[in-house]
Design a protein around this ligand. Structure first.
Ligand code: CAA
Length: 380
């Protein structure tokens, strides 16, 4: 699949922004564990936080293909900033756009699209990760509102978020069928960021444990139908997986380009190591896996944009791109040798940032379950 002229233009524009505004900050973002607010503001001003939000709700009115290009290019410059964009857009903006009432869209999307508000998605819990049907967070119907109590784990953007899409049980007996989705404004009483995780990579992106202590949620903030929240969550994750695949290939591309450049400059045995076949084979494999990842991402994005099923294709893109990113960042360190293992060179950061793409929004094992289930469904 080849990108349209329009998508190539978008790619060029985001690339210029990422090179000028994001890449120079990436080392400090990793070192300080924080994405500067000024950068978040610029992401919003450039339309990157509401790329596929229609213009009537203050967005850029682009498609999902453009969104995956944006996440890819921003992540090439900084993996932490890439996931801020991805979690905000795929996991908070999208479910409001897809399942929200007209009032909810008008109320929440313009500020999310402009970056004035940041969004997060609260599904995982200490005892509900790969198996989100077993949530313990409960929303009790109090007549005129719901009262939400429980603990959510590993929430990307949890520290900065103004708006959270939260999944909670509304019935004790029905397993995943008793789950409802809500839009929660995080400035309410009882919304507490309890803990921030210290992580291997994407250190600039906040990963929070959030405690809901009798949080009052207005009835009109229910997202989608009552007790149809599991479908809201899984369909949101389908699109999110394209975003994480794009993050993975962006990080992989950064590692590849650094290793390729280094190989032309590093002289051993009297010549640049790029003249050695052992290095050439690595570069060839890295380049091929990056192209294959992008083709899978583009296919999944095109299906989503066409309104066709894309659950399997999104899982395939995430599975392949994340495992490729891990391999490519490992090989990039190998090309740099001892230098690659030090913090003087960025490839160790790429390696640390890549690992999470095999885990969040569904581990590689979960992606294989989704792919296999779709394959068997197709012949039944
Ligand atoms: N879209 C919509 N509905 C779906 C769906 C999809 N992609 N996949 C399944 N469903 C529906 C089914 O049709 C079924 O509906 P009915 O009850 O009406 O029949 C229902 O969901 C249950 O289906 P399954 O029996 O297949 O569900 P399951 O419990 O076996 O789970 C799973 C399937 C694929 C393992 C799923 O649980 C899953 O994806 N797990 C991983 C969760 C995950 O990715 N967690 C990451 C958390 S988010 C995060 O990372 C935080 C962050 O901030 C980045």
């Amino acid at each position: 699949m080849l990108l349209s002229e329009n998508h190539v233009e978008i790619k060029d524009m985001v690339q210029k922004f990422a090179d000028a505004e994001v890449a120079p900050l990436a080392h400090d973002i990793d070192h300080n564990g924080k994405i500067p607010e000024d950068l978040v503001r610029k992401l919003g001003e450039n339309g990157f936080l509401g790329s596929y939000v229609p213009e009537q709700y203050g967005g850029a009115g682009l498609d999902y293909m453009s969104y995956s290009i944006i996440v890819d290019e921003i992540s090439r410059a900084c993996g932490s900033t890439g996931v801020l964009v991805s979690a905000h857009t795929s996991l908070c903006v999208w479910p409001i756009l897809e399942y929200g009432t007209e009032e909810q869209k008008q109320k929440y999307l313009p500020k999310l699209a402009s970056g004035e508000h940041i969004g997060c998605f609260c599904l995982s819990e200490p005892n509900a990760g790969s198996d989100p049907g077993t949530l313990a967070t409960f929303a009790t119907d109090m007549g005129d509102h719901f009262e939400l109590s429980g603990t959510k784990n590993f929430i990307t953007n949890g520290k900065e978020a103004d708006i959270a899409v939260v999944l909670a049980k509304t019935s004790k007996t029905n397993n995943h069928k008793g789950i409802t989705a809500f839009i929660v404004e995080t400035n309410v009483d009882g919304f507490n960021v309890q803990k921030l995780e210290d992580k291997l990579g994407i250190k600039g992106s906040s990963t929070a444990q959030i405690h809901f202590d009798k949080v009052k949620v207005p009835k009109e903030n229910m997202l989608g139908e009552f007790e149809k929240g599991f479908k809201v969550a899984l369909s949101t994750l389908d699109g999110g997986r394209i975003g994480i695949a794009a993050q993975a290939v962006g990080i992989a591309d950064a590692a590849f380009k650094y290793a390729r450049m280094y190989a032309t400059q590093r002289v051993q045995f009297g010549k640049p190591i790029s003249a050695l076949q052992a290095i050439q084979f690595k570069i060839a494999d890295m380049s091929t896996k990056i192209d294959a990842s992008r083709l899978l991402i583009q296919r999944a994005s095109a299906l989503k944009d066409a309104g066709k099923p894309y659950s399997k294709e999104a899982a395939q893109a995430k599975l392949f791109a994340s495992e490729a990113a891990m391999d490519i960042t490992t090989q990039a360190i190998q090309v740099l040798g001892g230098n690659g293992y030090t913090k003087e060179y960025p490839v160790e950061r790429f390696f640390r940032d890549a690992k999470i793409t095999e885990i969040y929004e569904g581990t590689s094992e979960i992606q294989r379950i989704v792919i296999a289930a779709n394959e068997f469904k197709s012949i039944s």
